[in-house]
Design a protein around this ligand. Structure first.
Ligand SMILES: *Cc1c(COP(=O)(O)O)cnc(C)c1O
Length: 399
């Protein structure tokens, strides 16, 4: 048996240092709770950046995964398997789309959406090869591949990784006029997060998404939403775009789609758009594997059956109201939708994340000055009360 300290030391010795985790080693998780190597219990209020919307080890999803593990786990797409068709059908029913393409990680699904959009731009819209442009927003986070970081506005995400992929135009997030003026005859589409998660829980003003959608429509361009973090109940609706009734042409899902068990992502869209892919155009060895498909079906079933979007709305209101009673000179503002909540501080948030950890609350700073509270959507009122007592204590004492 290794102690937490020993494990952290081994990690630092043998692992690349591309993360700076809080000094806790988790060995078990159940619902909103995790246990560290010494047996101390913590509440997880980060939920693996919303990949754990269902909580740790949700029994219904674990059951499906175990059954599938015993039967069939991988076929590749060289053959059909008996789970993928049903997964695709379920994704289309929930997203109200016609067709879906499965991948594994979020970044792969974003790449897939960009490839679909570009091909649509050249073969359907008729833009001259390869002059197409996709409009994206500053402060975005869509993943870590070289193409995706090519249009990041975050210097650190790019530094040392060039040369970059061309064909993207950055405009300030939330600025509708900037989107309008970025359009030209080569515009393929606009890709946005409905709420910027990694960017610090940034919520655009009401009507922004809907207006972007309309501009896209007027210009025969695609409206693409990355709902990898905001989707699947996190904001109190199944999809964050429902807050504005701004259904996209392509939707990208990941994170919670894997039920907290494994990477499962998908792009869902129309037959016209995803129909641009022909055999051999695009693929993934693990994408659409029967284990992931079975887990994805279970994850979506639990979301609907247990009304996790509804719970997120109700518990999000409850937690936000409590947080707004915090009296601390370090708090600048509190914002959120459902259980997707950010506390913007006037001091670096890392210190608060560390203090909260000592009290048994796990959360993480994002963009230095924002503390993100995004617990699993299954959290109860009693659990929120437990958490708030500790959060209140930490803010009363300050850093
Ligand atoms: C996490 C995230 C991604 C990337 O997903 P990975 O599975 O880490 O590749 C893309 N877009 C958004 C909005 C995300 O939050």
């Amino acid at each position: 048996m290794y102690s937490s300290q020993e494990l952290i030391k081994i990690n630092d010795e043998y692992g690349a240092h591309n993360y700076l985790p809080l000094p806790i080693v988790i060995k078990e998780g159940k619902g909103v709770w995790v246990i560290d190597a010494e047996g101390k219990r913590y509440m997880d209020m980060l939920s693996a950046y919303s990949a754990l919307n269902h909580g740790h080890c949700h029994p219904d999803i674990i059951k499906v995964a175990k059954e599938q593990l015993e039967k069939l786990t991988l076929t590749s797409r060289a053959f059909h398997n008996d789970k993928l068709p049903l997964f695709l059908k379920k994704v289309c029913e929930i997203t109200k789309m016609e067709m879906a393409l499965p991948m594994n990680t979020g970044a792969e699904a974003v790449e897939t959406a960009l490839k679909a959009a570009r091909k649509w731009g050249y073969y359907v819209k008729g833009i001259k090869k390869y002059e197409g442009e996709i409009i994206v927003a500053t402060n975005n986070f869509h993943g870590r591949t070289i193409t995706i970081i090519s249009f990041s506005s975050e210097e650190q995400y790019k530094d040392g990784f060039g040369p970059f992929t061309p064909g993207f135009k950055l405009v300030p997030y939330g600025d509708i006029d900037a989107v309008k003026s970025a359009f030209n005859e080569n515009t393929i589409g606009v890709m946005l997060e409905p709420i910027q998660g990694e960017g610090g829980i940034i919520i655009p003003s009401d009507g922004y998404l809907k207006q972007v959608k309309e501009i896209c429509k007027e210009n025969n361009a695609l409206f693409i939403l990355d709902e990898i973090q905001s989707g699947l109940g996190r904001t109190g609706k199944m999809f964050a775009y429902e807050w504005e009734d701004a259904k996209p042409d392509l939707i990208i899902l990941g994170k919670a789609l894997g039920g907290g068990i494994m990477p499962v992502s998908v792009v869902a869209s129309s037959k016209e758009i995803l129909g641009v892919f022909h055999p051999g155009d695009h693929g993934s060895t693990f994408g659409g594997n029967p284990l992931g498909a079975a887990v994805g079906i279970a994850a979506l079933d639990v979301l609907v059956k247990d009304d996790l979007p509804g719970r997120s709305l109700e518990m999000g209101k409850y937690l936000t109201e409590k947080l707004k009673t915090l009296k601390s000179p370090d708090i600048k503002n509190i914002r959120g939708r459902g259980l997707f909540i950010g506390i913007e501080l006037k001091v670096p948030a890392r210190g608060y994340a560390e203090k909260l950890m000592e009290e048994g609350i796990l959360c993480k700073e994002t963009h230095d000055y924002v503390l993100r509270f995004a617990p699993p959507l299954i959290i109860t009122k009693e659990e929120i009360d437990w958490a708030f007592e500790r959060i209140e204590k930490v803010f009363e004492n300050g850093l």
